[in-house]
Design a protein around this ligand. Structure first.
Ligand SMILES: NC(=O)c1ccc[n+]([C@@H]2O[C@H](COP(=O)([O-])OP(=O)(O)OC[C@H]3O[C@@H](n4cnc5c(N)ncnc54)[C@H](OP(=O)(O)O)[C@@H]3O)[C@@H](O)[C@H]2O)c1
Length: 357
């Protein structure tokens, strides 16, 4: 299959480089351009400081373009670039993603600016894949969700199908990389972090309701913790039908089996992995075939794409408590948005030629 030419919006950020890393050897998408903020304009991509822990993979010889420049978009479209992955901050995404879409290059975004906006599907491949088709083809703009939502919604989507969700509470412990590279560096240097994450609980609750098409009472509290990567959520949920821990375990396993998308390069082997107790280091790269310890995300596209569920308890016959965990810059950001574009391409929703609205 001929690979689609894609661009990454953002050059030196954590998500921008996760995107570049995952596109280095992608079987369906070819990294053909990187466009960013003025800090790296005209710089060779190989000279942009590499901020991820894993070694920089071999990347094409590119020069960083200007993400704000309509003529850059026009040139790339005429060179056959059809898709851009956006890792822009919210305000810049609000202004610049339409510039790329209007220039003929479809945008799949990790930014929050267009989440929940009509005409821009907000989709998790295993949970609401049909929503990708709501706008017909070609699909010119789509969003992946907030990173904290993933460990919350995958298990609750599975349990909702079986038992009927009535209410839930969630408390998160979120890794530093969720705040971006500069934030993570300053927290690591200071050795301490402010646990507050303004707006995160509201965003997570709204996206949960949107994706699951569910309305009900919910209480969410989001906290930052001193861990580089990985978001953990502690959940209690009440359901309309009776349950026990064994049934919950079985429901999660069976949902994972039926909602896996094995045809897609970034699909985790099983989207949910059920364990007795979650270990933050051991379980970070689930399910690149269970729990590889130090995989190379440029080679192993499935690693870090699953949600791990543990500590399952049923304090009464309609309530479950559990913890769930996932990698925020892989499943929760770059991996998730590329996975979404794979799904769109697999469904025939992506144009293989620039689309001029
Ligand atoms: N970190 C996560 O776990 C996570 C998860 C889900 C979603 N997200 C979202 O992904 C986006 C990037 O997050 P991050 O963690 O990569 O943050 P980051 O490490 O702080 O990087 C910020 C990115 O924003 C770009 N940028 C900054 N100022 C800009 C400007 N004036 N014009 C254009 N681009 C500008 C930078 O581009 P240059 O490198 O070209 O300067 C850089 O790539 C945010 O919208 C964030 O909410 C992050």
């Amino acid at each position: 299959m001929e690979r689609l030419k894609v661009a990454v919006l953002g050059a030196g950020g954590l998500v921008a480089q996760r995107l570049q890393q995952r596109l280095a050897n992608h079987p369906w998408f070819e990294l053909a351009a990187v466009a960013g903020s003025p800090r790296f304009h005209e710089r060779a991509l190989r000279d942009v400081p590499w901020v991820l822990e894993e070694p920089r993979p071999e990347l094409p010889d590119l020069t960083v373009g200007d993400v704000t420049d309509a003529s850059t978009v026009a040139d790339l479209a005429s060179e056959g670039v059809v898709l851009a992955f956006s890792s822009l901050p919210r305000a810049q995404a609000a202004e610049l993603e339409p510039l790329w879409v209007n220039g003929g290059i479809s945008v799949f975004s990790n930014a929050s600016a267009f989440r929940g906006v009509e005409g821009v599907p907000l989709v998790i491949p295993e949970v609401n894949p049909a929503a990708l088709e709501s706008e017909g083809a070609p699909l010119t703009h789509a969003c992946a969700t907030n990173c904290t939502l993933l460990p919350l919604i995958l298990p609750l989507a599975a349990l909702h199908e079986e038992y009927g969700l009535e209410t839930y509470t969630m408390r998160s412990e979120q890794g530093l990389s969720g705040g971006g590279h500069a934030y993570m560096q300053s927290a690591l240097q200071a050795g301490t972090v402010d646990p507050n994450i303004p707006g995160e609980a509201e965003k997570t609750e709204a996206e949960f309701s949107h994706i699951l098409q569910w309305q009900g009472p919910a209480t969410l509290e989001c906290n930052r913790v001193m861990r580089a990567d990985g978001h953990l959520v502690v959940v209690e949920a009440k359901f309309g039908r009776t349950m026990d821990a064994k049934g919950v375990h079985k429901t999660l396993e069976s949902w994972a089996e039926h909602h896996a998308l094995p045809d897609l390069p970034s699909a985790p082997v099983k989207p949910l992995s059920v364990v007795e107790t979650i270990e933050a280091t051991t379980h970070l790269f689930a399910d690149g075939e269970s729990f590889p310890l130090n995989p190379d995300p440029s080679e192993s596209l499935a690693a870090g794409m699953a949600v791990v569920v543990g500590n399952i308890r049923c304090p009464d016959s309609t309530t479950v408590q559990f913890e769930a965990y996932s990698h925020n810059t892989l499943r929760g950001a770059a991996g998730g948005v590329i996975f979404l574009a794979e799904l769109a391409h697999w469904k025939g929703l992506l144009s293989t030629k620039p689309v001029h609205p």
